[in-house]
Design a protein around this ligand. Structure first.
Ligand SMILES: Cc1ncc(COP(=O)(O)O)c(C=O)c1O
Length: 371
């Protein structure tokens, strides 16, 4: 039986480990461990990559979201619109500011915030919209903007390099947050994050907020936090950024192979990822919907294939958010997704045999023959 992990970094390390070690040695020799030249260099690279003038390296993606919100002076009494179908950090970062997350349901086929519902949730307290580019497909920020004139903060944690109508993730919002958590398409060897923005005024405040609200050392004007990218991670990420386009192309190729193989099975109760016209998906995850999801996942597991449910419980139903007053049935599309989604193995080093094996095993489960 073949073993196919849902995700692994060991193959990437086998390929570029020696190059990373060499880079890390350079950092060790300079002693620039927190912020410093490696971070500055990487910030400039991300700014160029996303086509935004400013980038601020922070400790992780969750802090990137929190600091983006804080830079807009969002806090107690404010509301921020977001999606219930995402990783907890999205809503958690809103709550950390003292503001209230207000959810809007998602679209059936993209898993992203439904732009048409945004308008219905706006109140006089709404300050910003925080769409998530889930699984590597950008939310439709252009349509979200048509439905509101609020600040937009992109949660681009899963979507580095994705595009919508010619604009790259990070470039459609007033601010955007990236995560370099190791499993992300561009992952560090630990935690890391970045905020990008077009605004010179915001970038100044962001730099203060990540360093305890101080512009001049030991003088504190606003209440910030300690959340800075470190030199080792920045140097490693700079090396990895060079490989990112190739890795993304590999992910897209694997997605295409899954798409062709699974489409050919014509199973009615399975839906494959949809990429709207004009959008480029970077397939952080390849997520299908299956009515018999749990059975399928167990079957894959018994055949050595890893798969993951992102996410089993929508945020409006999370116990810690109970005070927001939501209940089951409030966001039916998100709740249906949590019962049906399954992310198949996806990482650039998957082999042809492994892709075939995943498709064949799914075919077997449904009593079909893979082409
Ligand atoms: C959609 C989304 N938002 C935010 C985050 C938070 O990033 P981090 O883990 O770097 O804090 C993540 C990843 O973990 C994520 O997937």
């Amino acid at each position: 039986m073949m073993e196919v992990p849902s995700f692994t970094l060991t193959r990437q390390m086998a390929n570029i480990g020696p190059e990373l070690l060499e880079t890390m040695e350079t950092v060790l020799n300079t002693g620039q461990f927190i912020l410093g030249s490696f971070v500055k260099e990487f910030e400039e690279k991300i700014a160029r990559f996303t086509g935004t003038p400013y980038a601020v390296g922070v400790g992780n993606g969750s802090d990137a979201l929190y600091l983006a919100l804080r830079s807009l002076h969002i806090g107690p009494g404010d509301e921020v619109l977001t999606t219930p179908f995402t990783f907890f950090a999205t809503a958690g970062s809103i709550l950390r500011t003292g503001a209230k997350p207000v959810f809007t349901d998602i679209e059936v086929d993209t898993f992203n915030m439904d732009p048409e519902q945004v308008r219905t949730r706006i109140t006089p307290r709404t300050r910003a919209v925080l769409p998530v580019h889930l699984f590597g497909l950008m939310a439709d920020v252009e349509r979200i903007r048509r439905n509101s004139n609020l600040f937009v903060i992109e949660d681009a944690a899963q979507a580095i390099g994705a595009e919508a109508r010619g604009k790259v993730a990070g470039n459609t919002g007033d601010l955007a947050a990236f995560s370099f958590f190791p499993t992300k398409n561009l992952g560090a060897l630990g935690d890391g994050g970045m905020v990008v923005t077009h605004s010179e005024e915001l970038v100044q405040l962001l730099r203060e907020l990540r360093a305890h609200g101080s512009r001049k050392k030991y003088y504190h004007e606003v209440l910030g936090i300690n959340s800075r990218l470190d030199g080792l991670q920045a140097a490693v990420l700079s090396v990895k950024l060079v490989y990112l386009p190739t890795w993304t192309a590999k992910r897209q190729y694997i997605a295409q192979r899954y798409q062709e193989g699974l489409n050919a099975l014509s199973v009615d109760d399975v839906a494959l990822p949809v990429v709207p016209l004009g959008f480029t998906h970077v397939f952080h995850q390849y997520t299908i919907r299956a009515a018999r999801r749990d059975e399928l996942q167990a079957y894959l597991k018994s055949h050595g294939i890893g798969s993951t449910v992102y996410y089993p419980l929508s945020l409006h139903l999370q116990p810690v958010l109970r005070d927001l007053g939501y209940k089951a049935g409030d966001f039916p599309v998100s709740e249906k997704a949590q019962a049906e989604v399954l992310s198949l193995p996806m990482f650039p080093e998957l082999t042809e045999q492994e892709i075939d094996y995943v498709i064949e095993t799914i075919a077997q489960f449904y009593g079909r023959k893979a082409g």
